[in-house]
Design a protein around this ligand. Sequence first.
Ligand code: PRP
Ligand code: MN
Ligand code: MG
Length: 187
Amino acid sequence: MHDDIEHILISEEEIQTKIKEMGKAISEEYDSRFPLVIGVLKGALPFMADIIKRVETHLEIDFMDVSSYGKGTVSSGEVKIIKDLDTTVEGRDVIILEDIIDSGITLNYLISLIKHRGAKSVKIITLLDKPDGRKVDLVPDVAGFIVPDAFVVGYGLDFAERYRNLPYIGVLKPKIYNNEAAASETL
Ligand code: PRP
Ligand code: MN
Ligand code: MG
C-alpha cells in the first residue's frame, strides 16, 4: 500500500499537531454552546475521530453521506443525500467537518441545506483545502493545510475506496490512477 505513494505531503505528526491546535480553538469558541458536529462520510471519519478528542467542551456528533453528480466534469452542484442526519439542526450551532474541499460542490450544497433547516450558525472546518479545484465560490472558516492540485490520498481520502487508512497524506503515483483497471484487479 505504501509503495503506491509518490511522496508524503503531510506527515502523521504534522496532522496530529494541527488537529490539536484546531481542537483547542473549537474548545474556546464553542465553550458551553453544545455544538452539533457533523462529519461528512466517508472521508471525514479519521479527522473527525481525532479532532473531537481534542475538544474540551460538550458536543454532539452526527453524520451525513452525500454523493455529487458530474464530479470533476460538470459543475451542476447537484448532490444526492445517501444518509441524512438523525438530528434536528434547527437552532443549533453546527460545525461541518470535511477531509478536503476540492470543487466546493459538496459543501456548497450542505451549507445551504443546513441553513435552510434553521441552524443558528454553520462553521466549516476542513483538514485540507485545494483552492485550485474550486468550481463554486466557497471559503472554509478553518483549513488545516492548503494542498496543491495533485492526487492526494490517505487519512480518509481515497482513490477507488483505497488508502483511507493511511495515517498520513500522500501523493499517489500516477501509474496507480492511470491504470484503474489494474488497480481493481488486485482488490
Ligand atoms: C470527497 C471528499 C469531500 C468531497 C470534496 O468525498 O471527502 O467530501 O469529495 O469534493 P468537492 O469539494 O469537489 O465536492 P467523496 O464524494 O469522494 O466521498 P468520500 O468521502 O466517501 O470519499
Ligand atoms: Mn467526502
Ligand atoms: Mg472519495
